[in-house]
Design a protein. Structure first.
Lengths: 272, 261
């Protein structure tokens, strides 16, 4: 008998084992839900799959009586656009400052300690400040996401620039590159795939800040909705919304990974 | 006037004395191979030629003037690894050398200028035997092909000096022979002055016009860094007989025992 650490599943076993926990949770839920509903048909804590389906169907395909909007899609678009703006701004600022910090020692000496300190501020503690300064509108939510993840992206990219082999930086100089050309032709193209990695890593935090901001001050959005219906214990909305957010997060990550492998094949071949 | 001249050159990092009393002259067109035990300052000397290290004492002159204190196109370099840009194809790796200096803002050439640069890049890639691989990325090539590319990339700038830092150290012995032939051909054709560091005494012995051995004359077994190394053998190409080979080999073994243990 081989040691356990040397036994690898074949493809069929791998997928079966991977699917098992999902199926287990679902089965467990159905049993628990059935048991509670048998006791009390009005129970709201673990709604049956069919009542969840009805609630989702209503949220996705029937216009709301109050506003005439399709709630699920409206919430999704509101949340995704806030997330995209916040993460996009963070990625752009992170790229510029990360590359400058990594490439130019004088700028690094100037900004690096400051960014390290800023990155230690808990972003949620700043949320009241952002509401006061930027108002309760869209801007403060976008700014919260950006404030929350930019320091991480800057520091990550700064390290990635410093990790580039010194040989390449020297080589570029022997080919006559100025600081500017070294940045745009050697450093920037090599940190772009690493920027995508940094964004993928920070998306979890970005969702956290988004939902927190929506929960506190918003009139639409996925986070707003689940905190709103919590008052009525509408688990039939909360649970599918949580699953939907998870799916969106998974798809975003998948898309970013696909873009990265398509656009930067050399990077993924190197890191194998 | 000599192309390169070292006068009482010394380099130390704090108490760690790497080089001392290096005195030498190098004429244009020489091909110098450098051997020595690790820690005997070969790489430090090369880094000073490259301009990324400065002498602690003494003088290192290029055409009578102090060496520029940062890398420049007159000194090309090929490292053992990481010499080529992983994000560019073979052709673009060479092309970038022509683009960087002629286009200060975008670092790219367009139109007919680009056409001319591509033709030039193809010509030099042809001379290192890579004309069939123009659109490959470095990770798709063998170590030997990557080093050929690195050499082409360095030579496209027509440097006065070509520095080779153990360029073939990671290659298979068979491929190494081909690379020796290649570098000798290119050296004859371009007349560039070459400094090549190698671990392999045999390689250093028959390649090039002049062999340098960097070694410590005085060895302190308890405190090996208290004396620096200098050039202990400086042998012209014609004088490389078997006895000298063994003499050098023995002396290198001796310091290897003390320094590396």
């Amino acid at each position: 008998m081989k040691r356990l650490i040397n036994r690898h599943p074949d493809n069929w076993l791998k997928y079966t084992l991977g699917t098992l926990p999902f199926v287990a949770v679902l089965v467990l839920y159905v049993f628990a839900s059935d048991a509670r509903l048998a006791e009390n048909p009005k129970d709201k804590l673990l709604p049956s799959l069919s009542s969840i389906a009805t609630a989702v169907d209503k949220a996705a395909t029937e216009p709301s009586k109050r506003t005439g909007e399709y709630i699920l899609w409206n919430d999704t678009i509101a949340s995704i656009s806030r997330l995209a703006m916040g993460v996009g701004a963070a990625a752009l600022i992170g790229l510029i400052f990360g590359v400058m910090n990594g490439a130019i020692p004088l700028i690094r000496a100037n900004l690096s300690p400051f960014i390290t300190v800023v990155s230690l501020i808990p972003p949620l503690a700043l949320l009241p400040v952002l509401f006061i300064v930027f108002g309760l509108g869209e801007l403060s939510k976008v700014v919260l996401i950006a404030v929350g993840i930019t320091p991480f992206i800057i520091r990550d990219l700064q390290n990635k620039v410093l990790e580039l082999p010194r040989e390449l930086i020297i080589k570029a100089q022997t080919l006559g590159a100025s600081t500017w050309l070294l940045i745009i032709r050697v450093i920037l193209p090599q940190v772009l795939p690493r920027l995508i990695d940094a964004v993928r890593l920070s998306l979890g935090a970005a969702w956290l800040f988004l939902i927190a901001a929506e929960a506190i001050a918003s009139t639409d959005g996925l986070g707003y909705r689940i905190f709103l219906v919590r008052r009525y214990m509408s688990m039939d909305i909360i649970l599918p919304y949580v699953a939907w957010i998870t799916l969106l997060a998974f798809m975003t990550d998948y898309i970013l990974r696909t873009i990265s492998t398509r656009a930067f094949p050399w990077f993924h071949a190197m890191s194998k | 006037m000599a192309l390169i001249e070292a006068k009482a050159l010394a380099k130390s990092y704090g108490d760690n004395i790497v080089l001392e009393q290096v005195n030498t002259k190098v004429e244009k067109g020489e091909f110098i191979t450098i051997v020595g035990t690790s820690g005997c300052g070969k790489t430090t000397f090369l880094r000073m030629l490259l301009g990324i290290e400065q002498p602690t004492r003494g003088k290192l002159l290029l055409g009578g003037n102090p060496f520029p204190d940062e890398p420049s196109p007159e000194r090309g370099i090929v490292f053992q690894r990481y010499s080529v840009f992983p994000h560019l194809t073979v052709l673009k790796n060479v092309l970038v050398g022509l683009e960087l200096e002629s286009s200060p803002f975008t670092g790219r050439l367009f139109g007919s200028e680009r056409g001319e640069a591509i033709a030039k890049a193809k010509e030099i890639l042809n001379s290192v035997g890579l004309s069939h691989a123009l659109n490959l990325y470095p990770h798709e090539m063998s170590g030997g092909m990557q080093q050929r590319l690195a050499i082409a990339q360095a030579l496209i700038k027509n440097p006065k000096i070509l520095l080779l830092d153990e360029p073939f150290g990671a290659l298979d012995p068979g491929i190494r022979g081909d690379m020796h032939q290649l570098i000798l051909d290119l050296w004859r054709k371009t007349g560039v002055t070459i400094f090549m560091i190698t671990h392999d005494l045999q390689e250093g012995f028959y390649l090039g016009t002049r062999l340098w051995v960097f070694d410590k004359i005085r060895l302190d077994k308890d405190n090996p860094n208290s004396y620096g190394a200098c050039i202990t053998y400086d042998i012209p190409a014609g004088n490389k007989d078997n006895n000298t080979y063994h003499e050098i080999d023995d002396s290198l073994d001796e310091s290897r025992r003390v320094l590396v243990g």
